[in-house]
Ligand binder design. Structure first.
Ligand SMILES: *[C@@H]1O[C@H](CO)[C@@H](O)[C@H](O)[C@H]1NC(C)=O
Ligand SMILES: *[C@@H]1O[C@H](CO)[C@@H](O)[C@H](O)[C@H]1NC(C)=O
Ligand SMILES: *[C@@H]1O[C@H](CO)[C@@H](O)[C@H](O)[C@H]1NC(C)=O
Ligand SMILES: *[C@@H]1O[C@H](CO)[C@@H](O)[C@H](O)[C@H]1NC(C)=O
Length: 637
């Protein structure tokens, strides 16, 4: 639901932000440019080349999708030995950690044992360097890192909490892999665990890791959360990772299928590459460094053969700040990595629709074909590679390449918006504005003189009349003012944010065990509360009060045939009310019984709503009477 809401709100704002979010390929560096030697350039030998694999959001679950774990074991047993990556990065959410009803969250040792037994049975850690990090699901409901419930320490391959720097050393250079650990500690239960947080000391640690990696040929950062879902102190996480070629992450899955490709580029040239989930979509990624040219492809499990064109690389994903792009022009061969469990029979290369020939096998997965890059030094060109194996299966890879640096290609606008926006900032602004709007409306009509109502009574007059009535009746005025300001300032609920630790949830953040976690998804929930409950309830009360002034009672107006449109309005409000009731149930399931009862913004609001509904039709006050009288006089005039 949270994800869908983010999507919808996002769509509305995209139009406004067109200019902001159109990063292009081969962007000129914002900082001082590194100079790269044009040699060694890619040739016909299997040298200066290695590749790695990324997989994300495995979500091994005790209750759901047993095939996830089954296929994951097959991935470790079959896919990894065929590809033989130097390194495998598993970017978080190793386990699902959700309760059977899918609402609550907890750590289940059985899920972790399943994960570990897959690693052990498949012996995958002997075949590749396996680096697995935590995601938000792996930290649900953990009171501290030292807790026995922090199963990551016991059952994962890496086992160490926190950010780190792993160096892959080869005869041809040094390659840095820096992990960003933005998970929370204590680990809150879901759903208020969607954003990662890096405080000052964690950012300093990351900056020193970045400094350590300065002399590496390439630096790749990886983490669970996209940078747009990490709260970090200014100048922010994207600036800290500006020397990186790419940031690899997961967490957004494919946005429920809406965004199968979530790739973009930061202003400093770093690529941000979100990877679809293993959980439902069985995605994984192959990445290669060939003569320090970086390339990658996103793949689906069990679809063979696999092909990756490492030279010439795609123009969209090129960065003059991070790669020796001139090497493409100096290269002598087109280079392709092709993998399959069955022997490869054909690697056919086409450029701009012209068949250049079939690439020949060098060694391992490398296939090469001699070419004259000078022929393609101007403008954009298309390369297409078809790989076939003895089982008769084939795959096609194609992309646009170019060697001029002054060209430009754009990333998908919505993907860029999703990955480059600090979402916790705009949701906060929208939420505060909405609350202020409602409050201002109430105060304005409370203290504004009531105009004389003249015939004919148009829509705006009716709205104004009912707003005056609502704001000038003490009970309604103070109730709605309280509801509005409480949504902004008060604790929404008090309960076990982590088992055994009582905490308070506010719109602006969560306090638990002496820690404060700045608000992010809370603001989104706040927006939903105002837009789908507080404001509609006020409008509905106004409307009912107006009907009452016209002499209707709760039962009578529904029998008036000219008021047949009243029924959908009541129905609409009833649905919103039921949603509020469901939120109470949701709170019970996610944060427990205490939170359910001590929830001013949930259970108490439901009670307040029923009370207000009763008063709308039954309240007898002098203000009410004077308005009713005025309407009567008006009708008879
Ligand atoms: C940052 O968070 C860690 C634990 O998550 C904590 O130990 C450390 O004291 C915090 N640093 C600051 C400056 O708040
Ligand atoms: C890696 O960097 C070193 C030092 O700058 C350089 O000599 C070497 O050629 C680089 N490796 C590749 C594959 O370009
Ligand atoms: C590329 O250039 C070479 C000479 O430099 C020429 O022989 C060859 O036909 C050209 N190929 C294409 C496809 O234009
Ligand atoms: C790019 O620069 C070259 C000269 O270096 C020029 O011939 C070409 O027209 C330019 N292309 C664009 C699209 O500006």
């Amino acid at each position: 639901m949270l994800r869908l809401a983010t999507g919808l709100l996002a769509a509305a704002l995209v139009a406004l932000l067109l200019d902001q979010y159109s990063p292009s390929g081969s962007l000129q560096p914002a900082g001082p440019a590194r100079s790269f030697a044009p040699q060694p350039a890619p040739g016909g030998e299997a040298d200066r080349l290695f590749w790695i694999v990324q997989v994300s959001d495995v979500h091994i679950s005790k209750f759901l999708g047993p095939e996830r774990a089954f296929d994951f074991e097959k991935f470790c047993l079959e896919t990894i030995p065929v590809i033989q990556p130097a390194l495998t990065l598993v970017t978080g959410d190793l386990t699902d950690s959700k309760t059977k009803d899918k609402l609550g969250s907890d750590q289940f040792e059985a899920e972790w044992q399943t994960y570990q037994s897959i690693l052990k049975r498949s012996k995958v850690m002997e075949k590749t360097k396996w680096i697995d990090i935590k995601g938000n699901h792996d930290t649900f409901n953990i009171p501290s890192l030292q807790s026995v419930r922090n199963y990551y320490r016991k059952y994962s391959a890496w086992q160490k909490d926190g950010s780190f720097h792993y160096i892959h050393t080869t005869p041809f250079g040094r390659y840095s892999f820096i992990c960003v650990d933005a998970t929370l500690s204590p680990g809150l239960k879901r759903p208020y665990n969607f954003f990662g947080i890096l405080n000052k000391s964690k950012m300093q640690e990351l900056s020193s890791l970045a400094t350590e990696s300065r002399d590496s040929n390439h630096t790749v950062w990886f983490g669970h959360y996209p940078t747009s879902a990490i709260i970090s102190p200014s100048p922010g996480i994207r600036v800290a990772m500006r020397s990186a070629t790419a940031y690899l992450c997961g967490h957004f899955h494919t946005l429920g299928g809406l965004m199968p490709v979530l790739h973009t580029r930061h202003h400093h040239g770093t690529l941000e590459l979100e990877l679809g989930d293993w959980m439902d979509n069985r995605k994984y990624r192959l990445l290669a460094f060939d003569h320090d040219l970086f390339s990658f492809t996103d793949l689906t499990f069990d679809e063979w053969p696999v092909a990756l064109i490492t030279n010439p690389k795609p123009f969209l994903y090129s960065s003059t700040a991070h790669e020796p792009l001139q090497r493409i022009l100096h290269s002598t061969h087109i280079r392709i990595l092709a993998f399959s469990p069955s022997p490869i029979t054909l690697v056919k290369v086409t450029v701009d629709g012209v068949h250049l020939g079939d690439a020949v096998h060098v060694s391992g997965p490398l296939y090469v074909l001699k070419w004259s890059p000078q022929n393609y030094s101007r403008g954009f060109h298309q390369i297409e590679v078809i790989v076939q194996d003895t089982s008769g299966k084939s795959t096609t890879q194609h992309h646009t390449f170019a060697m001029e640096e002054n060209l430009s290609l754009k990333f998908d606008l919505f993907a860029s918006w999703l990955l480059l926006t600090d979402h916790y900032i705009w949701v906060r602004a929208v939420f505060v504005l909405l609350v202020m709007l409602q409050t201002a409306l109430l105060i304005l009509f409370r203290y504004r003189g009531k105009p004389k109502f003249k015939k004919p009574l148009g829509t705006s007059m009716r709205i104004s009349f009912s707003l005056h009535l609502l704001s000038k009746t003490d009970l309604f005025y103070y109730s709605f003012l309280l509801l509005s300001l409480y949504t902004l300032l008060g604790p929404w609920f008090i309960g076990e944010i982590v088992d055994g630790q009582i905490g308070l949830c506010f719109s602006f953040g969560i306090v638990v065990d002496g820690h404060f976690f700045a608000g992010s998804s809370t603001f989104l929930v706040g927006i939903m509360q105002v837009v789908f409950f507080n404001l509609p309830l006020m409008a509905y009360t106004c409307w009912c009060l107006f009907l009452r002034c016209q002499g209707h009672s709760l039962g009578s107006h529904l029998r008036h045939t000219e008021l047949c449109w009243a029924f959908p309005i009541h129905l609409f409000m009833a649905v919103l009310f039921l949603w509020q009731v469901f939120s109470c149930y949701f709170l019970l399931k996610t944060y427990g019984t205490l939170a359910f009862f001590l929830s001013p913004l949930r259970l108490w609001t439901v009670a307040l709503t029923l009370f207000l509904f009763y008063c709308t039709w039954k309240l007898q006050s002098s203000t009410m009477k004077s308005f009713i009288l005025e309407m009567k006089n008006y009708a008879s005039s």
